[in-house]
Design a protein around this ligand. Structure first.
Ligand SMILES: [Zn+2]
Length: 271
C-alpha cells in the first residue's frame, strides 16, 4: 500500500494566528513543532495500517516547514518550492489513498481558522456551481488518478467542507473555529491520539470513499483584485468572464489544475 499525505499548516493543532504561519519567529517555530507532531501521529496510523510507502508533501508556503530528520523508514518527504504539482507533488496513479493533514477551509468560510484558498489573491474557486477550496481541488486531482481521498485533519469547518464533498471521508477535528484568528483548542495529545486511530481505521476499512471524479465542468477562478486578473489572463487558453474572474477547462482535471496553477503564479508575478 502506497500513500500520499499532503501537509498544510493552518489546520494543525496549536495554530490560530497569521504569526504562526510566518517563516520566522518564536510563534512560527512553535507552529512547526506542532506540525511535525501532527504528521508523526498520522504516519504512525499509516504504518500501523500496513503502509509500504508514504510520500509526504510539505504543502505550506515555500515547502520548507518540515525537517526530514527522524522521519520513519518507508517515508519520503517532498520539500521546497515551486513544486510542479504545488501542494500535491507526489500524488499519482501509483498511490492507493490520499490523506490531508493540517488543512483549512476555503476562502470566505465564516468562523474558519485562517481560511483561504492558496493565497490572499483568491476570492473564490468554483468547479461548475460547486465552490471548492484547497481540499476540493486536491480531491478532484486525486480522482483524476483514481485515488480516493480517505482522511483529513483540521478545524471543524474544513472537516464539514470535506464531508460535504466526499461522502465517508474519515476526519479528525483538532480545533473549533470561532473567528478567523480565534479557536477553541482540543488538547493536542488527545487530538493526536484520535488522529492516529482515525487514520489507521480509515486505511483498514474495506469501505473506502469513492474517488471524487471531475464532471467536466469548467473551473472559475475569481481574484480579490482586478490587477491579479490582468496578470493571469495572459495564460493561454483561459477566458476572462469579468473584471476579476477567469474560466478554464481541459481534457482532464490534471490539465485544468495545471492551468489553475499557472494563473495563480502569473497573478503573483510582477507582470
Ligand atoms: Zn493552505
Amino acid at each position: 500500500m502506497k500513500l500520499f499525505v499532503s501537509v498544510d499548516l493552518e489546520g494543525v493543532c496549536g495554530v490560530v494566528d497569521e504569526r504562526d504561519t510566518a517563516r520566522d519567529g518564536p510563534a512560527a517555530r512553535r507552529a512547526r513543532d506542532h506540525l511535525r507532531a501532527d504528521l508523526d501521529a498520522v504516519l504512525e496510523g499509516c504504518l500501523a495500517a500496513g503502509a509500504d510507502e508514504v510520500v509526504v508533501c510539505d504543502a505550506h508556503d515555500d515547502g520548507r516547514n518540515l525537517d526530514p530528520a527522524g522521519l520513519p523508514r518507508r517515508v519520503t518527504l517532498v520539500s521546497g518550492s515551486p513544486a510542479p504539482g504545488s501542494m500535491f507533488e507526489g500524488l499519482g496513479s501509483g498511490c492507493d489513498a490520499a490523506l490531508f493533514v493540517g488543512y483549512h477551509a476555503r476562502a470566505g468560510t465564516a468562523g474558519a481558522v485562517l481560511e483561504h484558498t492558496w493565497d490572499h489573491r483568491t476570492y473564490e474557486v468554483r468547479v461548475g456551481d460547486l465552490p471548492v477550496g484547497e481540499f476540493g481541488i486536491a480531491a478532484l486531482l486525486a480522482g483524476h488518478f483514481a485515488v480516493p481521498a480517505v482522511y483529513l485533519s483540521g478545524d471543524d469547518k474544513v472537516v464539514a467542507e470535506a464531508r460535504a464533498l466526499v461522502a465517508g471521508i474519515a476526519a479528525t477535528v483538532v480545533k473549533t473555529g470561532i473567528r478567523r484568528e480565534v479557536a477553541a483548542w482540543h488538547a493536542p495529545e488527545e487530538a493526536r491520539t484520535r488522529m492516529r486511530a482515525d487514520v489507521e481505521a480509515a486505511l483498514r476499512t474495506p469501505r473506502k470513499p469513492a474517488p471524487f471524479v471531475w464532471d467536466g465542468a469548467p473551473l472559475r477562478l475569481t481574484f480579490t483584485r482586478v490587477t491579479y486578473c490582468d496578470l493571469a489572463e495572459t495564460c493561454p487558453g483561459v477566458v476572462r468572464l469579468d473584471g476579476r474572474t477567469l474560466e478554464m477547462s481541459g481534457a482532464s482535471f490534471a490539465d485544468v489544475y495545471r492551468t489553475f496553477l499557472a494563473c495563480l503564479r502569473l497573478a503573483g508575478s510582477e507582470g
